[in-house]
Design a protein around this ligand. Structure first.
Ligand SMILES: [Zn+2]
Length: 284
């Protein structure tokens, strides 16, 4: 468990509420333990090597936050040897958080956003909202009774299955091509194909889960976003041996753009040409 995961677990364990927004880089807004925070105004985000970075936007210092959590500074770099909930109990950590006020960053619907898509990830769903050029992603946790609550509770992005994972498993079973792309909207645009992605976008590629589902599968075709983040993501997939074939879109295109530009027939040709080339190469 990384320091970031442990820290998020501790916030969950003590009931620090979350803003119902989630940015692509993995930054979360949580209630600050060091002041009466109905915000939520504390930003928590992953740093390099699993470390955690915290900032209270109302001005509490990092040391004040850590003191409120009865944690030492080393907790920002390394998970404690005991699970977060047990730790909270051991040190008698009890914080009365006020109710979260969703005034400033209230539900997107109340701020003129319209719901563009809902992507199902089993234990969680990702809502995609849009208002003009502004896009907002909202994660909701699905309770066992089917109710949805804003925020990710007791679930991390890495715990979630791949998008449309069941269909992908079926494709693997029968040897159909599987297109691995970098957003749910690309998956949705590739109608008629077995396509998938992971929760969290190019910056949060879930190597472990992809390896579980697609590891060693020779008919995987990665279609990266052809931009900086997308290519960095492709490099990680390559390093993990999870990109046996790559179909590269044009500059700044993603899979959806490529599909739109080539048209369904042209796209199909491109995929089959790629697979055929590789089969020929292996046979030669
Ligand atoms: Zn604070």
């Amino acid at each position: 468990m990384t320091a970031y995961e442990w820290f998020m677990g501790l916030l969950d364990a003590i009931g620090s509420g979350a803003a119902n927004t989630h940015t692509e880089a993995g930054r979360r807004q949580r209630q600050c333990p060091a002041h009466a925070d109905s915000g939520p105004s504390m930003s928590v985000r992953p740093g390099p090597d699993g470390t955690v970075r915290i900032t209270c936007f109302t001005g509490c210092t990092r040391d004040q936050i850590l003191a409120a959590l009865r944690c030492s500074r080393s907790r920002l770099a390394k998970a404690a040897p005991v699970p977060p909930a047990q730790y909270a109990e051991m040190v008698g950590l009890r914080i009365d958080f006020p109710a979260v006020e969703h005034k400033r960053n209230g539900p997107p619907a109340a701020r003129g956003f319209r719901l563009e898509a809902v992507h199902n990830y089993g234990r969680a769903v990702l809502e995609r909202w849009r208002s003009g050029q502004h896009k907002e992603l909202v994660w909701e946790t699905v309770k066992p009774n089917g109710a949805r609550v804003p925020g990710l509770f007791g679930v991390t992005l890495d715990d979630l299955p791949l998008y449309r994972e069941t269909e992908v498993q079926m494709a693997v079973a029968v040897g159909e091509p599987v297109l691995l792309v970098e957003s749910e909207s690309s998956v949705d645009a590739l109608r008629g194909w077995y396509a998938t992605t992971w929760a969290g976008g190019a910056s949060a590629v879930n190597i472990g889960r992809i390896a579980q589902v697609l590891g060693g599968y020779p008919n995987t075709i990665v279609i990266p976003d052809n931009d900086r983040a997308g290519l960095a993501c492709l490099a990680r997939l390559n390093a993990a041996g999870l990109a046996p074939h790559v179909l590269m879109p044009g500059a700044d295109e993603d899979a959806r753009d490529l599909h739109r530009r080539l048209g369904p027939a042209g796209f199909e040709q491109a995929v089959h040409r790629l697979l055929a080339e590789c089969t020929t190469r292996q046979a030669a």
